[in-house]
Design a binder for this molecule. Structure first.
Ligand code: ZN
Length: 365
C-alpha cells in the first residue's frame, strides 16, 4: 500500500492517511491559488473535504464493525484520494456474513444522505443546488446538499456489482451460495475487468482524464481479488507433504553451541527442530534464536540453554493453509511433519513463503 500516516485509533482500529492524500492537498492549494479563492471559500471547501472523508470513514466503520460481530478483525482503515479501505484480516466463510459486511458500508452513506435530506427540508433549503456556468461552487447555502449528493454518489458507486467495489463483494457473496467462492470471485472479477475497460473507453471518448487513470487501477484490483482467492484455495487443497523439506538438520538438546553453529553453518535452513538423546522431538530453534546465538555465542553453553519448548507436529496430509494458520496462531517458525507417527520432514516459514511467492508469480494465479 506504500507509506501511510496514522492519525488516530478508533474502536482499536488504526486510521491511516495514505501519502498520496498529500498530493491531493497540494493540488487543492494550487487550485485555490489559481482561482484566487478567498480565505472564506478555502475554509468552506476544506470543511467540505473533511466532512466527506468523515462520511467515508463512517462507511468503512460500517464494514469493520459488522466484521467485528462475526469475529473478523480490521487491520486498519486507509484513507486515500480515491476513498477509503478497511483492511479486514479475513473474509468469513459464510456467504451471508460477507454479504452483510459488504452492504453495511454503502448503507451508512444511505443513512447519512437520508439524515441530510431531513435536515435540508427542515431548514427549508432547495434540494437542487445551483450550478452556474457548469461549475460547482460550494458555499454555505449548498454545503449540505452537495454533501448529501456525494453520499448518494458513494452509495450508488459502491453498489456497482464488480470488484473492487463493495457491489463486487455483494455479488460474490450471493454467487458463493450457488457456486463456491473461487468461481463466484472469478465472475465478480471478470465483471470488474470489463467495467474497467468500459470506463477507460468512456473516459477517452468523453475526454475525462481522471477516469482514464482510474480504469487501470480498477482492472488491477479486480484481478488481484481473484488471484488471492485462488491462492487461498490452492493453500487449502495442497498437502504439506508436497512442500516439506525431507532432508533437514537435527539439533539435539545436548549439542554444544559450537556443534550447533558448525551443524547449521552454510545451510539453507534457518529454523530447526530440537530432539532429545532418544530422538524424541522436544522443541525448536527459530531463526531469531539462531541469530541471537551468532551474536552472543559465549552466552550459552548448550542448545538446551536457549532452544524454545514451543513445537508442533502436523500430519503430512494436512493442508498448507492449516500449517500457515497453526504457525501464525502459535508463533512457530517451524513445524515437524509426520507420517504414521514418524517425523518425515519439516516445514518452516520460508517453505510457505516460497510456495506463495512461486504460485503468485507463475501467472497461473
Ligand atoms: Zn465499502
Amino acid at each position: 500500500m506504500g507509506s501511510s500516516w496514522r492519525i488516530a485509533t478508533i474502536f482499536g482500529i488504526p486510521i491511516r492517511l495514505h501519502w498520496t492524500l498529500g498530493l491531493f492537498i497540494l493540488f487543492f492549494i494550487w487550485l485555490a491559488y489559481r482561482e484566487s479563492l478567498s480565505a472564506n471559500s478555502i475554509l468552506l471547501v476544506l470543511g467540505f473535504i473533511i466532512s466527506l472523508y468523515a462520511c467515508i470513514l463512517l462507511h468503512e466503520f460500517g464494514h469493520s464493525l459488522t466484521g467485528k460481530r462475526f469475529g473478523v478483525k480490521t487491520r486498519d482503515i486507509i484513507l486515500s484520494p480515491i476513498g477509503g479501505l478497511a483492511r479486514l484480516e479475513s473474509i468469513p466463510d459464510i456467504p451471508i456474513q460477507e454479504f452483510q459486511i459488504a452492504i453495511n458500508g454503502p448503507i451508512v452513506n444511505l443513512i447519512i444522505s437520508s439524515l441530510l435530506a431531513i435536515v435540508i427540508s427542515i431548514c427549508g433549503l432547495p434540494f437542487l443546488p445551483e450550478i452556474i456556468d457548469g461549475v460547482v461552487r460550494i458555499d454555505s447555502s449548498n454545503f449540505l446538499q452537495w454533501l448529501m449528493y456525494m453520499n448518494i454518489g458513494v452509495f450508488l458507486f459502491n453498489l456497482i456489482p464488480a470488484f473492487p467495489m463493495d457491489g463486487g463483494r455483494i455479488l460474490r457473496s450471493l454467487l458463493s451460495i450457488k457456486m463456491g467462492r473461487t468461481k463466484a470471485t472469478f465472475w465478480a472479477s471478470l465483471l470488474g475487468k470489463i467495467l474497467a475497460i468500459v470506463f477507460v473507453g468512456f473516459a477517452i471518448f468523453k475526454g475525462y482524464f481522471m477516469l482514464i487513470l482510474i480504469g487501470p487501477f480498477i482492472y488491477l484490483m479486480a484481478g488481484q481479488e481473484y488471484k488471492q482467492v485462488q491462492l487461498a484455495e490452492l493453500m487449502k487443497t495442497t498437502k504439506l507433504s508436497s512442500i516439506a523439506r525431507g532432508i533437514f538438520t537435527k539439533v539435539y538438546l545436548e549439542d554444544s553451541i559450537e556443534t550447533f553453529i558448525e551443524k547449521t553453518n552454510n545451510k539453507e535452513e534457518s529454523s530447526f527442530l530440537v530432539f532429545d538423546g532418544d530422538d524424541n522431538i522436544k522443541g525448536s530453534m527459530p531463526e531469531l534464536f539462531k541469530d541471537e546465538i551468532l551474536k552472543n555465542p559465549s552466552s550459552y553453553n548448550y542448545v538446551k540453554d536457549i532452544s524454545s519448548m514451543n513445537v508442533m507436529v502436523l500430519a503430512s496430509n494436512e493442508s498448507i493453509d492449516h500449517a500457515f494458520q497453526t504457525m501464525k496462531e502459535n508463533g512457530l517458525a517451524i513445524v515437524g511433519i509426520s507420517e504414521e507417527e514418524k517425523i518425515i520432514g519439516v516445514v518452516d516459514r520460508e517453505r510457505i513463503s516460497k510456495f506463495i511467492f512461486e504460485n503468485t508469480k507463475r501467472g497461473i494465479l
